[in-house]
Design a protein around this ligand. Structure first.
Ligand code: HEC
Ligand code: HEC
Length: 436
């Protein structure tokens, strides 16, 4: 990948923020599970080095509480809840209004000794992703109690028929509850073109807005007009594959990102909140998410957040949609270069760390400028497997590549690159995009 300074020159004439606004001041910290697990100063070093800006509420909360020896979040109790799959019997019990029973077959995740090989870390991380319960809100009990609600809002079933993304777990007070897992939004079938449950592509059917409406006794898609400007209206507008995680009083959802290829992405989050430098960066990012998602009641064992990061980084980029591209795609590859797409979307992952300001890309600025996650820029998404990753842009605004590159669409929606191509070149470009 070219260095960002040379990309700035390549891009003369295209509106981009000066590339690399921050000098590279990072120390080469070893990627060491033992240091991450045992040394607060190591974790603190990763946090301070890899947040791209300290100038938003997300960064401020972490800087105030994380990586402080014996204080802040480091002093929280360590939680590894006994849990089990969420089955059809649990759904029947919820529909009948019966309390959830812990039942048998409960497991925890912390191993007796640290994994020794990469493969052992990956296997443990995959289990954390599917099995570590995140929240104990009563919402999931209510949702499961609405007949048909889980299937209607995009929850997947695993090969044993259990609901993916939900676990029955024994909470700190000894009461059995239903919690969600990371797999709720980030797992799907078939990232590798075979029916295997994985995290390469996110769960685009998952409709968190409709699920919330059902728990409120409302019918998605049939809200009375006076609810348009209320929270319920926003939940109804959300649709599948998106969540509004910013809690800033505005409607500014993000599309669920895909984990496939994440290990090679230059930054994390649509807003580029983290330089994605090493396993420890992702481990800190995920550990702090577990803490905030639980309302800071406890923290995940660090052996588990490390394992999760190793697993996430092991996932390959999604495969091309069209494995047999043909002539049009060959012409499309030329168009991709002629239109300077590669100045930002540079192979092999068709991304780069060029800093593209919210104003210059022109897409909805609300999330990029939100005080919660402010960075002033949006990450350049990877285009590997892009034929499979609709909906497009950080807010999932375009349902297809045809819609994103429709010459007749409004330019106010931003990302105008490629809109001026003639019909033949545009079709060739789309054939190329489906082939990478
Ligand atoms: C309700 C749906 C939902 C759940 C549950 C969820 N996520 Fe996410 N995740 C999102 C959304 C939306 C984003 C985009 C946020 C952003 O870019 O700032 C995201 C972003 C991420 C990213 C950044 C990926 C990237 O491409 O930069 C990681 C890593 C991640 N989530 C891990 C997790 C982990 C670990 C869990 C479980 C603790 C989890 N997520 C649970 C919706 C979810
Ligand atoms: C100046 C840098 C830049 C150039 C040049 C550029 N892009 Fe992008 N591209 C971006 C950014 C930034 C986004 C994300 C914007 C957002 O999420 O709001 C993006 C998003 C996309 C997406 C949506 C991907 C997804 O997963 O959501 C596609 C497809 C895409 N670009 C293709 C192209 C093509 C094809 C060209 C050339 C015609 C091109 N881009 C030129 C910066 C660029």
């Amino acid at each position: 990948m070219p260095r960002c300074s040379s990309i700035a020159i390549l891009l003369a004439g295209i509106a981009v923020l000066p590339a690399c606004p921050q000098p590279e001041v990072w120390e080469d910290l070893p990627d060491d599970p033992l240091a991450y697990i045992a040394e607060a100063s190591y974790r603190r070093g990763i946090l301070e080095r890899d947040l791209t800006t300290q100038d938003n509420l997300y960064a401020a909360e972490r800087l105030e509480r994380y990586g402080l020896e014996g204080q802040g979040w480091d002093a929280l109790p360590v939680l590894d809840f006994p849990s089990r799959p969420f089955t059809d019997e649990d759904i029947d019990a919820a529909v009948a209004g019966e309390p959830i029973a812990a039942g048998s077959g409960l497991t925890t995740l912390t191993p007796e000794t640290l994994p020794e090989t990469e493969q052992e870390w990956i296997a443990l991380g995959r289990r954390v992703f599917f099995e570590y319960p995140l929240r104990s809100e009563g919402t999931y009990t209510v949702l499961a109690g609405v007949p048909g609600a889980l299937d209607a809002t995009g929850w997947l079933r695993d090969e044993d028929g259990a609901t993916v993304g939900l676990r029955v777990f024994v909470d700190g007070d000894g009461v059995a509850r239903i919690g969600n897992t990371c797999a709720q939004c980030h797992a799907s079938y078939g990232g590798r073109q075979e029916p295997e449950l994985d995290g390469i592509l996110s769960n685009r059917a998952m409709n968190v807005g409709a699920a919330r409406l059902l728990t409120m006794g409302l019918t998605p898609g049939e809200l009375p007009p006076e609810m348009d400007s209320t929270l319920a209206g926003d939940l109804d507008r959300l649709g599948p594959g998106r969540a509004d995680v910013l809690s800033d009083g505005q409607f500014n959802p993000y599309a669920f990102p895909d984990f496939g290829g994440l290990g090679q992405m230059p930054s994390l989050h649509h807003n580029r909140n983290w330089h994605n430098r090493q396993t420890a960066t992702l481990a800190v990012r995920c550990e702090t998410l577990f803490i905030t998602a639980s309302g800071a009641r406890g923290r995940i064992p660090r052996v588990l957040s490390w394992a999760l990061a190793v697993w996430q980084r092991s996932l390959p980029a999604p495969e091309p949609l069209d494995a047999d591209p043909g002539l049009a795609a060959a012409r499309g590859a030329e168009v991709f270069e002629e239109a300077s797409c590669d100045a930002c979307h540079a192979p092999p992952l068709y991304t780069s760390d060029v800093v593209v300001s919210v104003e210059s890309i022109g897409t909805d600025p609300s999330a990029g400028l939100s005080p919660v996650r402010w960075s002033g820029s949006y990450r350049i998404p990877s285009l590997r497997g892009v034929g499979r990753t609709a909906p497009y842009l950080h807010d999932g605004r375009f349902p297809s590549l045809e819609a994103l590159f429709d010459a007749k669409r409004s330019r106010d929606a931003g990302h105008v690159h490629g809109l001026d191509l003639d019909r033949a070149d545009r079709d060739a470009l789309l054939a190329f995009l489906r082939s990478i």
